[in-house]
Each structure stands twice: as C-alpha cells, then as structure tokens.
Design a protein around this ligand. Structure first.
Ligand code: SAM
Length: 190
C-alpha cells in the first residue's frame, strides 16, 4: 500500500479528470496520454466515461507501479452522471473547450475556490449538455489543438507550476535529472 500524503502545494485534495468520448479503436494512445498527464501534473483521479479500456488502465497502473504516486481510476461510468454526482457533493465542473473563456480570465477564481474540481475533456464532438452543466467552460487559447495539451496547460496554471516538483511516493525508480544521458535510481527498469 502506498503512503497517502497530501501534496504540499495542493489545497484541493480532489482534482479529477473526466475523459469523454473515448473510442477504443482509435483513442487508446491519446486517452492513455490524458491519464498520464493527469497523474504527472497533479490530478488525484482519472475517470474514463463510457466503456472501460484495459489497455488504458494497464498503462496507467504500470506507470504508477514503477514511477509512484496515487491516481484513482474509474471507468464504465456515464459522463453525465459523474457531472451530476460532482455537483451533488458540492464540487465544480470545469470543461476544457476552445470555445470557452480564456484560462487567464478565470484561473484565479478557480484556484481560490477549494471546491473539488472535475476537469472534463472531450475526444471528438462534446455534447451540448456539458457546456450547459459546466461551472466553467475554459479555453486554452481559442484554437483547436489537443485534450492532452489543454489538460497539461490547465493543470500547470492551476498549480502554478509547482506540480512539476512533486514527489511521487512509492516509486520503484526515480530519475536524477542530468544534462545528458539517463540517470535512474532504484535499480529497476521501467
Ligand atoms: N471539435 C471538437 C469540439 O468541438 O469540441 C474538438 C475536439 S479536440 C480534438 C478534443 C478535446 O480537446 C476537446 O473536447 C477539448 O476538451 C480539448 N481542446 C482542444 N482544443 C482546446 C482548446 N483550445 N482549449 C481547451 N480545450 C481544448
């Protein structure tokens, strides 16, 4: 069992990412990247709406086993129901979309609220429901790009970059930063 410690820079304790619209035939890699960004950039949970996908879960679990940290994983749930649940427990829903308001206009307000945060990202077209149900529709620039990029930038702004220095407890391998080459302690090949 990994040790549960609050991240010193994280006043929220509950920042989850909800991934909508996963298409198992074509989105395995990008959905895995959404999950890995969620972990690496400080989210506490990753929820895959719709059908589960074993390969996404396997990749996330392998990364957690080797590189440490804790991310709750859930799948096979309705995205709408998750949004409703989140509101019922007093949380707020932040939908990342290029049509939303600029991240810089709302990030202070979002950061200053200690309500649990559900960050919603899409794959293809996102249903109107999520635009209406979200407390915030947030754009990371008003150009189309990627859920992976949008999530990374949003979390980095939320945590003011401190998440990059987070310690991932329970790691079997740790990188020692070096200007050249690869230095890893722990004696484990990941
Ligand atoms: N055509 C889609 C739509 O109408 O929303 C965009 C699909 S995009 C490949 C997949 C996801 O990336 C979006 O649902 C959104 O969550 C995220 N995304 C893409 N560009 C974004 C931006 N500029 N700001 C915030 N999120 C963005």
């Amino acid at each position: 069992m990994q040790e549960k410690l609050p991240k010193p820079w994280d006043p929220y304790g509950k920042v989850y990412v909800l991934r909508l619209g996963h298409r198992p035939q074509r989105d395995k890699r990008i959905t895995t990247h959404v999950a890995l960004v969620a972990r690496a950039f400080g989210a506490n949970g990753f929820i895959l709406a719709g059908a589960c996908d074993d390969s996404v879960e396997r990749s996330l679990r392998r990364t957690l086993e080797c590189w440490g940290g804790e991310v709750e994983y859930e799948c096979g749930v309705s995205g709408r129901r998750k949004v409703e649940e989140w509101h019922e427990m007093g949380g707020e829903v932040i939908h990342l979309t290029m049509y939303g308001v600029p991240v810089d206009d709302v990030i202070e307000e979002i950061r200053s609220s200690t309500r649990p945060k559900l960050i919603v990202v899409g794959a293809s077209k996102v249903e109107r429901y999520y635009y209406d149900a979200a407390d915030y529709n947030v754009a990371v620039g008003n150009q189309p790009h990627s859920e992976v990029a949008a999530l990374a930038v949003f979390l980095d702004r939320l945590y003011r970059g401190r998440e990059l220095y987070s310690i991932f407890y329970g790691a079997r391998a740790r990188i020692v930063p070096s200007p050249r080459g690869k230095t890893v302690t722990g004696g484990v090949e990941c």
